[in-house]
Design a binder for this molecule. Sequence first.
Ligand code: URA
Length: 206
Amino acid sequence: MLLVVDHPLARVRLTALRDARTDRAAFRAAVRDLTTMLVYEALRDAPVTDTRVTTPVADTAGTALAAPPVLVPVLRAGLGMAEAAHAQVPGALMGFVGVARDEETLQPTPYMESLPADLAGRPVFVLDPMLATGGSMAHTIDLLAARGADDVTAVCVVAAPEGIERLRAAHPAVRVVTATVDERLNDHGYIVPGLGDAGDRQFGAM
Ligand code: URA
């Protein structure tokens, strides 16, 4: 399933991200703002449980998330989404996956994983701003599936049709929540028009 969060404020932040003149601090702020919106929409139909709460005046009905998602930022670029996602679900567990992209082959090169051993029955939100070829996301979802995860949402800022199609083929049950689906990938695996390298634009070129 694909959910495109097409809100005027999301489009404004996306415009800032696309603008090549946006500096690193403003870029990171826009990623955080957009992540808040994406996670908010991704949780729109989340199951809840009824609770009670005591206000300064009276007891009344309250709400709790029945199952807060496990958050999994994909390093490096997904790190910029982690704090804003965690602010939405402060009690969430957070795992980490590190995947670099080989710029020659465009293949994902995994370099670290730190995930709960058992993800059966738990919703998982993978945070990665760019769903380009889908290689890093598919690799991450393979790791999650090996731990029993069967309720996975890919939370992205920009998605390419090629990445969506790859996920649909490899992991048909995965939900993609994104602020936009762009036109295509170029020969270097960059999303067009995209926003450039989301890791470099947040943290600097290495
Ligand atoms: N990763 C990025 O950071 N940008 C792209 O356009 C594609 C992959």
